[in-house]
Write a protein that binds this ligand. Structure first.
Ligand SMILES: C[S@@+](CC[C@H](N)C(=O)[O-])C[C@H]1O[C@@H](n2cnc3c(N)ncnc32)[C@H](O)[C@@H]1O
Length: 419
């Protein structure tokens, strides 16, 4: 494709994505479906440039002010994630001179908002919690791409064997530092075609997400509920931990997400999972199972702000008001799901948010209103599940994962036992 044609397509995609009315990954996928003739390299440039612009939107918008022509074309030039010589082939003389000048600007001296590239309502609580120096480490880490983590399905393979199969397929993979089930893969290999993937021996799952499933500590023959199972990332991990025995209910209000669980379930070889669409958290099905369940995971709907490395659009699509609404929803789902837990059973509340408002505040409000639930220190629960360096993953008894400290998405979890 001619360089200018690719630059123009990138600008077109940016125009759609920057409307911010749908998740960026679905806008990119539908753009690719509409432009079927795009090659692998072109798709890579289109997607990565879009994500770079989303990550650095305030900075690049500020830098783009000095240029002329359509804004999205200038943003595409500034965020370009392909070969620079190829990009120059798309530019007229005026654009070439402008880009060269803008690229020389020392970004280290720009105002803070153009260096952290976070909305103020998000930067402020993070700065307060972490202090200045660590806040900048977090901001930098969230503007990098996330690695690709896999979880080994222990029903089908040992970690060493899955690793060897990947290496044989020329995919570099190393054991994750904390999860005993994880492999971290370099680059973005086309996994879907590999036997180790199609056979269900590995599944894509961030290391942090693997740790959440381990916290539940589900055992053979138990009755378990994954209350917000979505497409089942954690369901699959829990089902394997139960060694394909007992009964694992996968609840969600979204039929569409539960449908996405089906092919993953088929690959996994699990037959102990019972997906069920519920109308809301007080559904009759929930009432019928009250007090009967050994372990309940509430992987609550949240802002997703712990996943900005993968979903940088979320920082522009969320708001303080939205966080307040989520907090109310999270409290309601947790309180309802807690009714399922039988005495002696375990309840885990988790999010992929970095904000206290969705994490500690929800956990503390729940604990205050439910004295029968006793906090199980997360480091103890993790150590029991053979997680390395468990203490470094927790704060005040809760699991607290940070991209800059642990190279995982940002996750929170609280574990309780019903007395
Ligand atoms: C963080 S996502 C779950 C991700 C999933 N556990 C995984 O590991 O792939 C939260 C899920 O909660 C679901 N949800 C939202 N409101 C709910 C409710 N009232 N009851 C149950 N699930 C709900 C959403 O549809 C969404 O799939």
């Amino acid at each position: 494709m001619h360089p200018n044609a690719l630059l123009e397509l990138t600008a077109q995609l940016l125009r759609d994505v920057l409307l911010l009315d749908s998740p960026a990954d679905s806008v990119v996928s539908s753009f690719f479906r509409k432009n079927k003739n795009l090659g692998q390299r072109e798709r890579h440039v289109l997607a990565e440039t879009t994500y770079a612009v989303l990550r650095l939107r305030p900075l690049l918008k500020n830098l783009a002010e000095s240029g002329s022509g359509p804004l999205e074309r200038r943003l595409a030039m500034l965020g370009w994630q392909g070969d620079q010589a190829f990009l120059r082939g798309a530019l007229n003389d005026k654009e070439k001179i402008w880009l060269e000048q803008v690229q020389k600007i020392d970004r280290a001296h720009l105002p803070a908002r153009f260096r952290h590239n976070l909305p103020e309502w998000l930067a402020e609580p993070l700065q307060q919690r972490l202090g200045e120096a660590e806040f900048w480490q977090l901001a930098d880490s969230m503007n990098e791409a996330a690695p690709l983590d896999l979880r080994v399905n222990t029903l089908k393979a040992k970690r060493e064997d899955a690793q060897a199969a990947l290496v044989a397929a020329k995919v570099e993979a190393e054991a994750t530092p904390y999860s005993p089930l994880g492999l971290r893969v370099q680059g973005k290999p086309a996994l879907q075609k590999l036997e180790v993937f199609t056979s269900g021996a590995v599944e894509v799952q961030d290391e942090g997400s693997q740790l959440l499933a381990l916290l539940l500590d589900a055992k053979r023959g138990e009755m378990v509920v994954d209350f917000c199972s979505g497409a089942g990332g954690k369901t699959l991990a829990i089902g394997a931990a139960m060694r394909n025995t007992g009964r694992l209910y996968a609840f969600d209000i979204s039929g569409h997400r539960l449908a996405a669980l089906k092919p993953r379930l088929a690959r996994s070889g699990l037959s102990n999972v019972y997906p069920a669409q519920i109308a809301h958290e007080r559904d009759d099905r929930v009432k019928r199972l009250a007090g009967k369940i050994d372990r309940v995971l509430v992987d609550a709907p949240c802002s997703g702000l712990g996943t900005l490395r993968r979903n940088p659009d979320l920082k522009w699509r969320q708001s303080l008001q939205g966080i307040g609404e989520l907090q109310v929803k999270q409290g309601a789902i947790l309180a309802s799901a807690a009714r399922l837990v039988k005495p002696g059973g375990r309840l885990v509340y988790a999010t992929c948010s970095l904000l206290d408002a969705e994490n500690e505040q929800v956990a503390e409000a729940f604990a205050a209103a439910h004295p029968a639930f006793k906090l199980v220190p997360a480091d103890e629960a993790l150590a029991k599940a053979h997680v390395e360096q468990a203490e470094s993953l927790t704060e005040n008894g809760y699991l607290r994962l940070w991209p800059h400290r642990h190279q995982t998405d940002g996750f929170f979890a609280a574990v309780w036992e019903r007395t």
